[in-house]
Design a protein around this ligand. Structure first.
Ligand SMILES: Cc1ncc(COP(=O)(O)O)c(C=O)c1O
Length: 443
């Protein structure tokens, strides 16, 4: 076997291992590896274009709670100045093959104060946008959200069902599950319904940044293993080894290269997944629930404003498994009674990550200095509007797979002790944030 073939086989094995962890192996489900969640969105567009034809409208649900590059990627535009394969491109310019092809409708989901808009209103807007696009002779890529940076899920399942039933050959649902905070049962149900699902190994599963994937349901496997027109610009982003062996025609249109870094990042993410799924389900559920109850209280008790969650409005909460627990805790910091402006929230986020003990006033205690020196890594602020229309940033503390797998010992009792020390770190994060806000320290 040549080195090239050996590498191709090894990457196919990585895809298979990912499928096994997520319990989607067999029955024709295929996985495409991507450098990031945003890259996965661009690839989904390629697939939907191949399946439905065009012209196409991408409807982006929760456009205000997703990745910053989504608006460009999902319309076939370069979403940065450099692609994953190192090509310099014009950010915002069309990727070759998508010129004049795709329009976009954004459905924002946050109201004033970062509160969720009424789900019925969101559903209505999504159905309306779909009907309008189809009336105008367009096909629709519906990017639905499960779940967003703030932990929300939209539109409702009833809405997705209505759309799938009313326009079966004109709409393709693509679920943005890049946070990968959903149960394997739920993932299986999306695939069984014919939805394409986008994931990453870098968020809940704490793999290195830049590890994305697209999961394509069995219903499309045959169509995509035949002759498919790949937009020429996809070669700037992807190579044949990202794509499943079965899709030989598609692979043949892409460079015969390999993104070694992407493959290795996925290997690291798979190690985290393996460790997480090795933990008994009961303990996983207990740990995430425990984190949720402690984290919510700690954020509240330290004077921060916790944003509401309420994501389980789908009528199918019983297939959420351990993800029935809330795992993302967004909160707003205030100074002098007012929410911090977005730039100050970003500065606070940066200061949390660094040793800022030197910025404390001279009379600071040893405990305060130790706290200020501690690196506290949390989610980047998400821009939201306050009740009065000003822009602030919601900081985010999240539970992740490593919190669960590192807590697990040989027994439940053993694990519970370690859960408490994991939660201790959350306490340190909120105390440091509170100290920095008090002394107005940001970077
Ligand atoms: C819901 C959601 N979708 C997509 C993305 C984009 O993923 P990536 O940062 O890997 O490009 C993000 C990033 O945070 C996200 O939260």
């Amino acid at each position: 076997m040549t080195d090239e073939n050996a590498l191709a086989q090894r990457i196919e094995a990585t895809r298979n291992e990912l499928a096994t962890h997520l319990a989607v192996s067999g029955a024709g489900t295929q996985i495409v590896l991507c450098p990031s969640g945003t890259d996965a969105q661009l690839r989904a567009l390629c697939i939907v274009r191949a399946l439905l034809g065009g012209p196409l409208t991408s409807i982006v649900v929760a456009s205000d709670e997703t990745g910053s590059g989504t608006a460009l990627a999902i319309t076939g535009r370069h979403f940065n100045t450099q692609t994953a394969s190192g090509q310099t491109v014009g950010k915002g310019e069309p990727v070759p093959g998508f010129e004049k092809w795709v329009s976009r409708v954004d459905v924002a989901t946050l109201g004033p104060g970062g509160r969720k808009r009424d789900v019925a209103a969101i559903d209505h807007e999504v159905i309306d946008a779909t009907a309008t696009a189809i009336r105008d002779g367009r096909k629709v890529l519906l990017l639905s959200m499960d779940c967003s940076k703030l932990g929300h899920r939209y539109p409702s399942e009833a809405c997705l069902r209505t759309i799938a039933e009313r326009w079966p050959s004109a709409v393709q649902i693509v679920v943005d599950a890049c946070q990968l905070r959903l149960s394997r049962e739920r993932l299986a149900r999306y695939l069984a319904s014919g939805a394409i699902v986008l994931i990453t190994g870098s968020k809940f599963f704490t793999g290195p940044p830049f590890s994305g994937a697209m999961i394509v349901p069995p219903s499309f496997s045959v169509a995509l293993s035949g002759s498919v027109n790949v937009p020429p610009g996809l070669s700037l982003y992807s190579n044949r080894n990202d794509w499943p062996m079965q899709w030989a025609n598609m692979r043949g249109q892409l460079p015969n290269e390999c993104n070694i870094g992407q493959w290795l990042r996925w290997e690291a993410a798979l190690a985290e997944m393996g460790a997480y799924f090795a933990v008994p389900q009961e303990f996983r559920a207990y740990a995430l629930d425990h984190f949720g109850r402690r984290c919510g209280r700690l954020v509240d008790d330290n004077g921060f404003e916790l944003l509401e969650a309420d994501l389980h409005d789908t009528g199918n909460a019983n297939d959420d498994s351990e993800f029935a627990a809330r795992t993302i805790f967004p909160f707003v910091a205030r100074y002098g009674g007012h929410p911090l402006p977005l730039s100050a929230a970003i500065g606070l986020y940066r200061a949390l990550n660094c040793d800022v003990s030197g910025r404390l006033p001279p009379g600071a205690s040893a405990e305060e200095k130790a706290l200020a020196a501690m690196p506290c890594h949390i989610g980047q602020p998400v821009a939201i509007r306050t009740q009065h229309g000003a822009e602030t940033g919601a900081l985010r503390i999240s539970a992740d797979a490593r919190f669960v797998s590192r807590s697990w010992g040989r027994s439940h009792e053993d694990g519970c002790g370690r859960l408490n020390s994991g939660c201790e770190h959350v306490w340190q994060i909120v105390r440091k944030a509170s100290l920095l806000v008090h002394h107005q320290i940001s970077l």
